[in-house]
Design a protein. Structure first.
Length: 99
């Protein structure tokens, strides 16, 4: 935790609540860095023919995470076997971007 629970409780009391803003701390060679702008991904399941289903889920994901970590997290969230999962970067495809 960046802010200890007791300090958060005091801040929340002083400012009458507010949303909890969850962010990751990345361990870099130069030290720990707070990720203010994690990836915000819209995720959809597809049917057997590859067509997207109408519902979607928005997830925040660390820029330091790997594509495999993203797949594992999403498979657990959607209760899908990892062998059946695929990722597509619909708008900005670059070769080897998720390795």
């Amino acid at each position: 935790d960046l802010i200890p629970p007791k300090a958060w409780a005091v801040l929340s009391f002083w400012y009458e609540g507010g949303p909890i803003i969850e962010r990751s701390v990345a361990n870099m060679e130069s030290g720990n860095i707070l990720e203010l702008w994690p990836y915000r991904l819209k995720v959809r399941l597809c049917d057997a023919k590859g067509r997207p289903r109408p519902s979607e889920m928005v997830v925040m994901f660390s820029q330091q995470s790997t594509g495999q970590q993203l797949v594992n997290f999403l498979c657990k969230s959607f209760e899908v076997e990892p062998e059946r999962a695929r990722l597509w970067n619909y708008f900005y495809f670059r070769e080897n971007e998720w390795q």
